[in-house]
Design a protein around this ligand. Structure first.
Ligand SMILES: Nc1nc2c(ncn2[C@@H]2O[C@H](COP(=O)(O)OP(=O)(O)OP(=O)(O)O)[C@@H](O)[C@H]2O)c(=O)[nH]1
Ligand SMILES: [Mg+2]
Length: 243
């Protein structure tokens, strides 16, 4: 039987490990500071007779190269290419949390957005229009409470749809200003020429324009050794960095 992989991404403290523990029966540390996940943990769970490998990534505010955690989460999503990236958001601060969801969607459409802490949101009278968010993002969006075990089956049904390809996502693609879009248009064919279509060229173009050397290093390390010598050329083509 095929094992699907599901990576749990999200801002720190959004309940990723609580959900991971609930599903896998493992005991990843949870909690405010002392329990912070610093390395990715792996476990397994089943749903509708399908087996899933779960990877609990460290909490990050972005997928740029600001810290080892962000690089680890980014590299896992780009290079390991999980069947599903489950983006766990805090229902009480959606605006801040959605930023990471948008970054994931720039990398992959194989994603499910999981709005956790729905119990807390309800206490504050926050009403979340899941349908509208899902339509806008182009991927399934489910509200849960990992701590109170609410919405878990519905979440796993959506994970299954994305994992099996039953759901065709239309991930929201952000359009940037003309200067950036022109840079992307120049870089994408060069990037695809060097690394093929396996990796998200548009996102890589954006990161290269931002001067993200760590991504370049990871790319080289993960690429076929024959083609690594070309990687430098892509950034050497003189597209101005946009900060
Ligand atoms: N009220 C409520 N609290 C929750 C829920 N899920 C998780 N929590 C709490 O939120 C806190 C953080 O949970 P963690 O599971 O450690 O969060 P995390 O996303 O793994 O955190 P990092 O590893 O730092 O990224 C803990 O105190 C949990 O008990 C929920 O559905 N409702
Ligand atoms: Mg954690």
């Amino acid at each position: 039987m095929k094992h699907y992989t599901v990576a749990f991404a999200g801002n720190p403290n959004t309940g990723k490990s609580t959900l991971f523990n609930l599903l896998t029966g493992l005991r990843q540390h949870t909690g405010n500071w002392a329990g912070k996940t610093v390395i990715s943990a792996e476990g397994e769970f089943t749903h509708n007779n399908r087996v899933y490998k779960a990877i609990d990534l460290p909490g990050t505010y972005s997928l740029y190269s600001n810290s080892a955690d962000e690089e680890a989460a980014r590299d896992y999503i780009i290079f390991e290419q999980p069947d599903v990236t489950l983006v766990v958001l805090d229902a009480t601060s959606l605006e801040r949390n959605l930023n990471l969801a948008l970054q994931v969607l720039e990398i992959t459409g194989r994603a499910v957005v999981c709005i956790n802490l729905i119990d807390e949101a309800r206490k504050f009278g926050i009403d979340i229009n899941l349908k509208a968010i899902s339509k806008r993002l182009g991927v399934p969006v489910v509200a849960i409470s990992a701590r109170n075990k609410i919405g878990i089956d519905a979440l796993l049904d959506q994970v299954e749809r994305v994992a099996t390809g039953a759901f065709t996502s239309k991930p929201l693609q952000i359009t940037y200003n003309d200067e950036i879009e022109q840079g992307i248009a120049q870089l994408v064919p060069m990037i695809e020429g060097v690394i093929g279509s396996k990796y998200p060229a548009r996102w890589i173009a954006l990161r290269l324009m931002d001067g993200d050397d760590s991504l370049l290093t990871s790319l080289k390390a993960n690429m076929d050794p024959k083609s690594t010598s070309n990687a430098k050329e892509v950034v050497g083509h003189g597209v101005t960095a946009c900060h």
